[in-house]
Write a protein that binds this ligand. Structure first.
Ligand code: KG4
Ligand code: ZN
Length: 348
């Protein structure tokens, strides 16, 4: 019997143990998740300290670091969970979006392991994975809910109509919100990773610089971050040219409010329009303390429940990949061993 005949005859388990593998950027991550909701163990090996020397992620360094780390990450997660390879029921792996060379390391490892264990391989979209982190944060969470995705590559408001079906209400017309944080960090002379450093600087400042409120009340659920980013750049350059001092922390704080208030407001608008009582937030920017505080406060006033994954589940991790993999597993959406890595994947 060949691999596929074996896989097609496997029964779908009620509480499968899924190994998640993530290698799309600078974190090599492995996690074991049971029944799509319970994290048994996680291991994350990051090359971000090495990357910081270059001011951002260098793809070749990321690929090499994944090659060194992938097997340790998987073995580490198994050891923490007290499990063996033979306890794994399926392998979920990020196939895109991300850096091609980086993705290929995790994907090749996952294919070889799935083949050798005769368990299903499940290719998972990194972006859908970020949204699926909500199912780990709230084990009772069921669609429908509003999904607010705020990551380095995507910004979107969705209605999660069913586990597999997302309706896109709007997204960014240019830069993603995380990308805007990273670019502003560079302008302010902050080191990689940009987002958390802008947040830390913003804590020492005040929201007292007028910046454009991108598409507020306009553009439906769409966003545009390039005008805001340019406004920050212009503000700094004008002061620099005149030799004037300015308060960097105030600029960081004003940018952060302009960038994030609109996300919160549009997600709440969507919940109201679609009569949905829950908003789940996902993606690296969901780790931002100001965003977390604002959405919690504004939703409490309107009796909307907010699902905010703990910060390590907002940034890249493999548990979210296993959680999304579970949704595909129960629907027998297994991947072919010819599955290739993709630099871009669409959200819906
Ligand atoms: O969601 P993610 O892994 O990106 C994609 O999958 O595309 O998150 C990375 C992004 C980066 O742009 C990073 O600057 C941003 O999330 N980020 C933050 C914070 N932590 C990470 N942005 C603002 N505040 C933070 N605390
Ligand atoms: Zn990510």
């Amino acid at each position: 019997m060949d691999y596929f005949e074996k896989i097609n005859q496997l029964p779908i388990k009620e509480n499968p143990i899924i190994l998640g593998i993530e290698s799309s950027c600078d974190e090599t991550a492995a996690a074991l998740v049971q029944g799509g909701r319970v994290i048994l163990a996680q291991e994350i090996i990051s090359s971000s300290v090495e990357q910081a020397k270059y001011g951002g992620v260098v793809p070749e360094i990321a690929s090499r670091a994944h090659t060194d780390a992938v097997s340790d990450a998987v073995n580490g997660a198994l050891k923490k969970a007290g499990l063996k390879f033979s306890d794994i029921d399926a392998i979920a792996v990020t196939y895109g979006a991300g850096l091609l060379g980086a993705l290929l390391v995790g994907l090749s490892y996952a294919k070889a392991l799935a083949f050798s264990l005769s368990v299903p391989l499940i290719g998972v979209s990194h972006i859908r994975g970020h949204m699926a982190a909500a199912y780990l944060a709230d084990t009772e969470l069921k669609p429908p809910f509003i999904g607010l995705l705020a990551s380095g590559g995507h910004t979107a408001v969705t209605v999660v109509e069913d586990y597999q079906k997302l309706k896109l209400l709007g997204g960014t017309l240019d830069d993603a919100v995380g990308e805007a944080f990273d670019k502003v960090a560079r302008v302010l002379g902050l080191s990689y990773p940009g987002g958390p450093n802008v947040e830390n600087l913003a804590k020492q400042g005040q929201n007292n610089i007028a910046l454009p409120k991108m598409l507020k009340g306009l553009g439906g659920y769409n966003f545009s971050y390039s005008g805001l980013k340019t406004a920050v750049i212009n503000y700094k350059h004008q002061r620099d040219q005149k030799g004037e001092d300015f308060n960097k922390a105030d600029l960081a704080c004003s940018f952060q409010s302009a960038a994030l208030d609109i996300l919160v407001d549009k997600a709440i608008e969507a919940a109201t329009e679609y009569s949905v009582h829950t908003i789940a937030v996902g993606g690296g920017v969901a780790a931002n303390g100001y965003l977390r505080e604002q959405i919690t406060k504004k939703c409490a006033n309107r009796s909307i429940k907010v699902v905010l994954p703990p910060k390590p589940l907002c940034t890249d991790n493999a548990a979210m990949i296993a959680a999304e993999g579970y949704i595909k597993y129960v629907n027998r959406e297994f991947s072919d061993l010819t599955l290739n890595a993709k630099a871009q994947v669409s959200l819906v």
